[in-house]
Every structure is written in C-alpha cells, then in structure tokens.
Design a protein around this ligand. Sequence first.
Ligand SMILES: NC(=O)c1ccc[n+]([C@@H]2O[C@H](COP(=O)([O-])OP(=O)(O)OC[C@H]3O[C@@H](n4cnc5c(N)ncnc54)[C@H](OP(=O)(O)O)[C@@H]3O)[C@@H](O)[C@H]2O)c1
Length: 244
Amino acid sequence: MASMLEGQVALVTGAGRGIGRACAEGLADSGARVIAVARTGKDLAELGKHESGRIETWIADVTDDEFIERVASVDGLSILVNNAGGNRPQPFVEIDTEALDFVIDLNIRAAFRVAQAAVKAMLAQNVSGSVINMSSQMGHVGSPRRTVYCMTKHAIEGLTKAMAVELGPKGIRVNSVAPTFVETPLTMPMLDDPEFREFVFGMIPLKKLATLDDIVAAVLYLASPGAGSVTGHSLRVDGGWTAH
Ligand SMILES: NC(=O)c1ccc[n+]([C@@H]2O[C@H](COP(=O)([O-])OP(=O)(O)OC[C@H]3O[C@@H](n4cnc5c(N)ncnc54)[C@H](OP(=O)(O)O)[C@@H]3O)[C@@H](O)[C@H]2O)c1
C-alpha cells in the first residue's frame, strides 16, 4: 500500500498524539507527503523522524490567524485530516463560558477555518481534494456530560454535508469519520474510571473500543481513489454505538 497515495500532499491537524498522530503515520506509510501540526514540539520531534521520510512537522496552534494563512498556501495540498479537537466533559448546568468558548473555538471555529483555508489552497491550484473532518459518534447522538462536545460534533456533521454539496462540482470530496471511544491521551483519564468504562462498553454492541488502526483505515479509505464517489458521508467507526 506504500504507493496508494503517492504524489498526494496531506495536512493533519492535532498530529502530535492520539488519532492525528496515527493518521499522519498511516498517510505517510501509504505514500503521501504529510504536514503534521500540533503545538507541542517534543511530540512532533519523533514523528518528524518517521521512517518514510515523508513527514514534515509544523509547531502551530490551529486557532492562530498566521497558521490559517499558511495552510491556504500549501503547495499541492490534496488531503486534509481536520482532526484537532478537545472536550471538557461537565454536567450541563455547570458549564461556564470559559469551557464553552474553549470547546467551540477549537472544535468548530478552528475546524471551519482550517477547512476553508485548505479548500482555498486546493481550488487555487485546481487540485481534486479529499477533506476528512474528525467528528465523533457524538456527532450523531447525545450523551451525559457532553452537551458542548455533542453540539460541536453535530456542527462538524453539518459542515461536512454542506461543504460536500457546495464543493462536489469542484472535485473536492468532504466526509467525516465518527469514532467511538479510542484510547488516547484525551480519553485515557475518562476510561480510567471503572464506572465510565462500564457505561461505554454497555453502549457498544461489539463490546470493544475502536483502535487507532480502525480510525486510520477509515481515513485512508476516504482519502483514497477507492472512495472517489463518496462525499457528504459520515463513516461511523463506533462498534454499533449509534445503531441503538
Ligand atoms: N479519542 C477518542 O475516543 C475520540 C473519539 C471520537 C472523536 N475523537 C476526536 O478525534 C480528535 C483527536 O482526538 P484524540 O483523542 O486523538 O485527542 P488527543 O489525544 O488529545 O490529541 C489531540 C492532538 O491535537 C493537538 N491539539 C490540541 N489543540 C490544538 C491546537 N489548538 N492547535 C494544534 N493542535 C492542537 C494536541 O497537541 P498539542 O496539545 O500539543 O497542540 C494533540 O496532538 C478530536 O477531534 C476528537 O474530538 C476522539
């Protein structure tokens, strides 16, 4: 599969750890040249030494104007994995405006602006592209202590569909990946709580968490020529959580 994405240029946000990091490695292993973005230099240092030699790292904050401008001028950009995101789980009535603004700014505002800048780069260079927005099963259902997160991921689903409709005629496909829980630095503290773990496994008919490899496989499919007729889709990698 080392040549499936040869000649493609991919930008992956939130690539220092977790899902984004695995996607950056998977895309590079599949032949793409990858720009991996996160704020923490030490997370990116090792990734930059990836054996493929195809991963370039950018230390940047996706909420910064300067970063957005840089994305709009990436040479040959053809794949965006719009992955940076976060969560501050709290009961609905306890969420303060700081937490509300933090999650909305990162999960919606920055994701929108990164997608917009990436599409500008693709259109300016007449490149057929694939945008993959990292959503969640929470983009399809509700869950306790997750009102803000669910709201933002439902927004990502709306963005994905509207972008797909508008940009399809220009050769740009736009899809989302909607994972269930995957063990990453974001979710490890949540999954360390036995009561929460029991709740999660109780919700997943397949009785297992998704793995990083499961998510990478979905991203690679959506980025690949094999998904050439797939747009506006949300690929749920959720073990059946949302089938309830
Ligand atoms: N893990 C799950 O169970 C799960 C399930 C469904 C959906 N998701 C979604 O998948 C995505 C990734 O989740 P994850 O679990 O891999 O998260 P994670 O382990 O917390 O990793 C997030 C990555 O994003 C980077 N990041 C955070 N804020 C950033 C910013 N402002 N600018 C640039 N980079 C930033 C972080 O690095 P720095 O802090 O160094 O910047 C880190 O590399 C998120 O959109 C999340 O909502 C995750």
